[in-house]
Write a protein that binds this ligand. Structure first.
Ligand SMILES: [Ca+2]
Ligand SMILES: [Ca+2]
Length: 542
């Protein structure tokens, strides 16, 4: 596509000029944004080796915990909840964007890549969050939105107002607007109040795409990634990476240039020890999950197979679930749902409050390979808020107690209505109930923490039996060997399970009342499984 000629020389000069200000001080006078270079300062990570194989919690800071009574969640509130997250058994936190944004909600319309959203706190709070999380053995990654900025970002404002601005080439323009483009039913070319050239915006007019072919843009983002890594951040969730580069009206999604750039970003982040990268790549997630492209990517599509399998009435879905990790990279990030409505409603709503199925679905991804990402509130069965537009039903304040005071103890009015089932499904109530969803999640995460085979072991001997009602697999890490049986059916089941080591002792790991068993000389064992149950054994050699 035709673009306004690049002015990278000028941009480079400006970057060079601003470098004279040196790191550490305020942004140089006259620059619309902090564009200073950030030299790499590589220090060791305080986290244990392999921390990123534990489960993550996806947290919407705005909705998690308010510390100062303004009804908006913030970093100091999150720090207060770290003991809860540690006790639950997660070892990583993914914070949805915490950088300054103009949307006053989700945070994906970035106005400053090197500053916090003022409602969330100050950099000193962020540094304390990292220290406190690290002290508890938990890593923290944040969303980084590289494809687009906010239309309120000062660089876009400068570029929009003046076609000769040195930042014009940082965005994508065309005059006249080209025809034939259709991204999810929208024409992605938008006029400006100034008239003239149209700008390109994959996700709507408020979020103009960067021109990722402009070297200064990539340099700026690499430096901004280093800005956070230098503070001790443990990695990033890279937003919308298949959309980094577009070639034409037909070739705009998942272009080779976007894969190459993703690789470049991962390489930069992983210069820092023990950092984690996970990509949002709805197009071809398994390609982005490869070690050389992103290293990890959300396993979009798998969540639907899990939910269908949990009914016990969809053999094809159970088979698809069993087959997934036979070919997918082990680093895939698994989930049941997230903050985007395209990935489905709150699980509580999708399963109409069927807690038995809910637990089976949870076990199905928490015990499989991959890195599970729990969406905040999922572990207590938080429902969506009916009647709100777009993704808002998914992003209610966390249900800490039976009313809003758990979220905003100083009596602040929460920024959004509370979950409709907060009276029954909140952390306080569920912590007291041994049969609750919360305690089930805790037990599954405990298995991941206790058994390295579950957290990061090989995936073997997957079997789908009884018309998809039974899903069994083994996991192996060194000498440690485990067997998982997920029975989705609603009747008790007796079965002879094969493909086990001969004469092995089956020692129950979950539930505690499961009976020990021993396989016979042919590697078979007779098992009696309760309906809708999860059973995990350690396999011990004779
Ligand atoms: Ca607050
Ligand atoms: Ca783009």
């Amino acid at each position: 596509m035709r673009r306004i000629a690049l002015t990278s020389t000028l941009a480079a000069l400006l970057l060079g000029g601003s470098a004279l200000a040196g790191p550490g001080g305020p942004p140089p006078v006259g620059s619309p944004a902090d564009l200073r270079p950030v030299p790499p300062q590589i220090r060791p990570s305080p986290l244990p080796e392999g921390w990123q194989h534990g489960a993550f919690m996806e947290i919407f800071v705005r909705a998690y915990q308010d510390s100062d009574g303004d009804g908006i969640g913030d970093l100091n509130g999150l720090i207060q909840r770290l003991p809860y997250l540690q006790a639950l058994g997660v070892s990583g936190l993914w914070l949805m964007p915490i950088t300054a944004s103009s949307d006053r909600d989700h945070g994906y319309a970035t106005t400053d890549y090197r500053a916090l959203e003022p409602q969330y706190g100050r950099l000193a709070d962020f540094d304390r969050l990292l220290r406190e999380a690290h002290r508890r053995g938990m890593g923290v990654i944040i969303d980084y939105v590289i494809n687009h900025a906010s239309d309120q970002h000062p660089l876009f404002q400068a570029a929009r107002r003046d076609a000769r601005s040195p930042y014009r080439s940082w965005f994508v323009w065309q005059d006249p607007a080209p025809s034939g483009w259709d991204i999810w039913g929208q024409n992605p070319w938008y006029a400006t109040p100034e008239g003239g050239a149209h700008y390109f915006a994959t996700f709507g007019p408020q979020m103009p795409d960067f021109n990722m072919r402009e070297p200064a843009v990539l340099d700026y983002h690499l430096a901004s990634l280093r800005f956070w890594l230098k503070r001790g951040l443990d990695g990033f969730r890279l937003d919308a990476v298949p959309h980094l580069v577009e070639n034409n009206a037909r070739d705009w999604n998942d272009q080779p240039e976007s894969r190459a750039l993703t690789q470049r970003l991962q390489r930069e982040i992983k210069r820092y020890p023990r950092r984690h990268v996970v990509c949002e790549a709805t197009a071809n997630p398994q390609v982005y999950g490869r070690p050389e492209v992103c290293g990890s990517a959300f396993a979009f599509g798998l969540e639907q197979q899990i939910l269908k399998a949990s009914s016990g009435e969809d053999a094809a879905a159970t088979q698809a679930l069993a087959d997934y990790f036979k070919t997918a990279p082990a680093g895939m990030a698994t989930m049941l749902a997230n903050h985007d409505i395209f990935a489905g409603r709150r699980i509580w709503d999708q399963l109409a409050g069927d807690e038995a199925r809910y637990k089976l679905a949870a076990a199905s991804y928490l015990l499989l390979p991959g890195t599970p990402f729990i969406y905040y509130g999922e572990e207590i069965g938080m429902a969506g808020v009916a009647g709100l537009p777009g993704d808002e039903p998914l992003r209610a304040p966390m249900s800490w107690s039976a009313d809003g005071r758990g979220f905003s103890p100083a009596g602040g009015r929460p920024f959004r209505p509370l979950a409709p089932n907060i009276a029954s499904h909140n952390v306080e109530a569920q912590a007291r109930d041994p049969g609750s969803l919360l305690n089930f999640y805790k037990a599954m995460l405990g298995l991941r923490q206790r058994l390295p085979s579950i957290a990061r072991g090989r995936y073997e001997q997957a079997q789908v039996l009884a018309q998809g009602r039974l899903f069994s697999f083994q996991r192996r890490w060194g000498e440690e060997h485990s067997l998982v049986l997920i029975h989705y059916g609603r009747e008790p089941m007796h079965l002879d399970l094969g493909q086990l080591p001969a004469q092995a002792a089956l020692r129950p790991e979950y539930p505690s009342q499961a009976l020990p068993r021993r396989s016979d000389a042919t590697g078979q064992v007779r098992l009696a499984l309760p309906p809708q149950s999860v059973t995990v054994y350690r396999l011990l050699k004779p």
